[in-house]
Each structure stands twice: as structure tokens, then as C-alpha cells.
Design a protein around this ligand. Structure first.
Ligand code: FE2
Length: 162
């Protein structure tokens, strides 16, 4: 199922390979974190699908609003993700959970779902690597927001952050 959802993400982004690559990188790191943290089968699937679809609203937001701020994406993303997911599964609990994470993927307070946590950590690592912010900001984020051992290890291995 994940491969079909990844294809849908690629299809929606079309020739925007930068956005496609971003989603693929976040997906890879989120799955890496989930695996190293020994997530169960359902949590692994939720993490994988959430990561593949987390930024799915960006092109829509740019077309409709002319911008793609984090809060706008959180507002518009779930409906787009739901329409995609419903084509491939009738597991309502799974869809609701993935859409709930996408609705909060730029929200760092009150993270209760471990899959949401894995996504946040993966997205921050990739956003830093893509030059979205400077190293002191990532260092602060790792110290304040990172909760998984795997995410902290990736931050150390990839960027020397402890
Ligand atoms: Fe992202």
C-alpha cells in the first residue's frame, strides 16, 4: 500500500522533483526511526503513510492561496490525504490517524502519537539538510523536541549534534 501512496504523492507533485525528493527523504528517515524504535506493524504503516503525505497540500495551497505556510498546510492537507488514502484502503481508523498527524505536522506541542514524533524529527532533519534553517536552530530543536533515541542518533551521525 505504501508504494501506491508514494506514487500518488509523486503524481500530485508532477515535475516538482524538489518536493518529491523532500517527501521521499522524510519518508526514509521516518521509517528508519520507526524501525530502530521497534514500532509495531500498524505504527510503522501510520509513520510511513504520514511521512509520504505530510506535505501533500503545498501545491494546492500555492495555487489557491499563493502561499504554503505551515498552518495553511495543516488545514488543507488532511482532506487531500484522505481522498488519496480512501482510494487504497477502507481502514477508517488508519486514515483518521494519518490525517490527524498531517493536521498537526507543524505543531510541536502536545505530541502524543509516536508516529507524529517520528515524522517531526525526520522532517526537521531533512529541512535542515535542505537549508531551511541554520545549525543552532536544529541543535535547539534536537535538544528540545527530539524524543526518540533513533532521531537523536541520526542528528549526531548526520550533523554532529548532541
Ligand atoms: Fe516536510
Amino acid at each position: 500500500m505504501t508504494s501506491k501512496i508514494i506514487y500518488e504523492m509523486i503524481r500530485l507533485n508532477g515535475s516538482d522533483t524538489r518536493r518529491i525528493n523532500h517527501a521521499l527523504k522524510v519518508h526514509g528517515l521516518a521509517v528508519c526511526i520507526a524501525g530502530h524504535e521497534s514500532f509495531g506493524e500498524t505504527d510503522m504503516l501510520v509513520t510511513s503513510l504520514s511521512a509520504a503525505l505530510h506535505d501533500i497540500a503545498i501545491r494546492h495551497c500555492e495555487a489557491v492561496y499563493g502561499c504554503c505556510g505551515g498552518k495553511l498546510q495543516e488545514k488543507e492537507g488532511p482532506a487531500i490525504a484522505r481522498a488519496i488514502l480512501e482510494k487504497h484502503t477502507d481502514d477508517k481508523a488508519l486514515i483518521d490517524r494519518v490525517c490527524g498527524i498531517i493536521a498537526r505536522h507543524h505543531t510541536y506541542k502536545g505530541i502524543e502519537d509516536i508516529c507524529h514524533q517520528a515524522l517531526i524529527e525526520a522532517d526537521l532533519l531533512v529541512n535542515f539538510d535542505e537549508g531551511e534553517f541554520e545549525k543552532p536552530a536544529l541543535t535547539a530543536a534536537v535538544r528540545k523536541l527530539f524524543k526518540t533515541t533513533a532521531g537523536k542518533k541520526l542528528a549526531k551521525t548526520m550533523f554532529g549534534i548532541t
